[in-house]
Design a protein around this ligand. Structure first.
Ligand code: DAK
Length: 262
């Protein structure tokens, strides 16, 4: 692959969008390679994914403006669909994805971070949806996911004004969960990913599915979604191992239950 790096360390995989000369902007090739990378994740061993950008300046500076500038209506729709399909694949990946936002997260960059389960960022990070200033609407789910993440009023303000915000403001409005010095960001992302990976994998997957699917329906249906996924856990070895360890005599308890993902 030319623009995606993929590394696996134990149960944690890191996907790096690697196009630093263009501040990791998303062109069609990047989107295709990201799509293939997501398909190739070995879900039997990987339990958490980190998504980041190459270099120390930019996470993703948006969709590739050069490539987009000459699109016809039909081509624009096709490009939008390509991006949206990949972003949905990321959002619905069975395992959690942490966006480690290491700089600019503008337009499609902000949008791809919002397709991840959790966002943390470096102090130099900058978020925004500048599309209205470019004559377009956010096209990779920004109008939908920003409103769901930070609330309708704040999302409308950010999108209508096309104003970029710095890491501290992103933290204040709940767009990111934490801000770290640049040199600590990946270490902190890996620490969080390892903590997630230590928990029962099927339970974690079911939590992700319950939250994501439950948010799409009313509360009565959402509770049913949760009940079903809760019930499913009782068919797993991991539930027996987790509860068995809690109930075991003190001298037989282990600190980290070796969950087997089954
Ligand atoms: N696309 C292509 N190249 C980009 C880029 C981008 N989004 N952002 C930066 N680059 C390139 C620059 O052109 C430059 O390339 P060279 O000139 O060196 O060849 C290189 O990266 C370094 O950028 P700068 O020289 O500009 O670096 P600075 O530090 O001065 O400025 C900056 C950094 C991030 C403030 C600036 O590069 C910038 O404003 N970039 C554009 C940010 C932006 O507006 N992003 C949003 C893009 S719009 C849709 C689907 C999706 C979308 C829309 C529709 N459909 C449904 C069809 C999504 C739209 C967007 O994401």
């Amino acid at each position: 692959m030319d623009f995606i790096l993929y590394e696996v360390d134990g149960a944690v995989a890191t996907i790096t969008i690697n196009r630093p000369k263009a501040l990791n902007a998303l062109n069609s090739q990047v989107l295709d390679e990201l799509d293939q990378t997501l398909d190739a994740i070995d879900l039997d061993t990987v339990r958490c994914v980190i998504l980041t950008g190459a270099g120390d300046k930019s996470f993703v500076a948006g969709a590739d403006i050069g490539e987009m500038s000459t699109l016809t209506k039909a081509e624009g729709e096709a490009f939008g669909k390509k991006g949206n399909d990949v972003f949905r694949k990321l959002e619905t990946l069975p395992i959690p994805v942490i966006a480690a936002v290491n700089g600019f997260a503008l337009g499609g960059g902000c949008e791809i971070s919002m397709s991840c389960d959790i966002r943390i960022c470096s102090e130099n990070a900058m978020f925004g949806q500048p599309e209205a200033g470019l004559g377009i609407t956010p096209g990779f789910g920004g109008t939908q996911r920003l409103a769901r993440t930070v609330g309708v009023g704040m999302a409308k303000q950010l999108i209508y004004t096309a104003r970029n915000i710095k890491a501290d403001e992103a933290y204040r409005i709940g767009l990111v969960n934490a801000v770290y010095p640049q040199e600590e960001l990946m270490e902190q992302a890996k620490k969080m990913a390892s903590t997630i990976a230590k928990n029962a994998p099927i339970a974690v997957r079911n939590c992700k599915k319950a939250i994501n699917d439950g948010l799409q329906v009313d509360i009565d249906q959402a509770i049913v979604v949760e009940e079903k996924l809760f019930g499913d856990c009782f068919e797993t070895e991991d539930q027996k191992a987790g509860m068995g360890n809690f109930l075991a005599p003190k001298d037989q308890k282990v600190k980290v239950v070796p969950f087997k993902n089954c």
